[in-house]
Design a protein around this ligand. Structure first.
Ligand SMILES: CC(C)(COP(=O)(O)OP(=O)(O)OC[C@H]1O[C@@H](n2cnc3c(N)ncnc32)[C@H](O)[C@@H]1OP(=O)(O)O)[C@@H](O)C(=O)NCCC(=O)NCCS
Length: 212
């Protein structure tokens, strides 16, 4: 039968398996949020979405969200028994494909991901450009976390300006992470780094030749 991609709703029978993989992979990581909280928000209108790959059983999961100024893969994990077989990459491509069919050309036609240094090769292998900024994820468990922010175009011939990146970060900080103090030094730092990108326009190449 092969590997099957499915997007789940909040009551799907695969939900428990997907959340088990999430919990095993992220556990007490400072970037994770409690699984019960996730369970409550998945599938809500305008809330985060959950997709899986099944190969008889659920083997990989991704939580992603479409915001006004771009989309984000928030969490992505492959069951540890099935890693390094291309499944993580396959799930990134499937999620990108779904989103590329939904977005309009312009700033919203970009998919972002936040990740640690050690996982940079994975995102680069999947076509993400690591933005040259000092990015911080707002506190999920008490402290700001220094991460990388990568970006992938969802439509061909897309160009991305530094102000679009800045607007995306502002949106995710305020609507997803609900940062209250926008004068916090981390916020100022990351937004300042964005403006240092100047008027640079990234012309990112569409890699996979998938649907537009
Ligand atoms: C990161 C993760 C999703 C990768 O899934 P995967 O199915 O094992 O990855 P793939 O087989 O598609 O890997 C494709 C390429 O990415 C790179 N890569 C994969 N896993 C990597 C890792 N842990 N570290 C560095 N590079 C990695 C390699 O270049 C790999 O190609 P290769 O196997 O030919 O060397 C998986 O390791 C995982 O679930 N980790 C725990 C959760 C996590 O860190 N998620 C990412 C942040 S949200």
């Amino acid at each position: 039968m092969g590997v099957e991609f499915r997007e789940l709703n909040g009551r799907d029978e695969d939900l428990d398996e997907a959340l088990r993989i999430y919990e095993e992979s992220f556990g007490n990581s400072p970037t994770s949020i409690p699984v019960e909280f996730l369970r409550g928000i998945i599938g809500r209108r305008a809330g985060p979405r959950l997709a899986v790959l099944r190969d008889g059983v659920v083997v990989a999961m991704a939580i992603f969200a479409r915001l006004g100024r771009g989309s984000i893969i928030w969490y992505l994990a492959v069951d540890y028994r099935y890693r390094r077989r291309g499944l993580g990459s396959q799930l990134v491509k499937s999620v990108s494909n779904v989103l590329s069919g939904e977005v309009k050309a312009g700033p919203e036609a970009f998919l972002y991901a936040e990740f640690e240094d050690k996982i940079v090769p994975f995102w680069k292998a999947n076509g993400f450009y690591v933005l040259p900024i000092r990015y911080y994820q707002p506190p999920m468990r008490g402290a700001w976390v220094r991460l990388n922010l990568g970006v992938l175009p969802l439509l061909p011939r897309s160009s991305l300006t530094s102000s679009a990146v800045r607007d995306f970060i502002y949106e995710i900080y305020t609507t997803v992470y609900k940062v209250k103090d926008l004068n916090d030094e981390h916020v100022r730092q990351v937004l300042e780094d964005c403006s240092r990108l100047g008027e640079l326009t990234f012309n990112l190449t569409w890699r996979w030749g998938i649907r537009v």
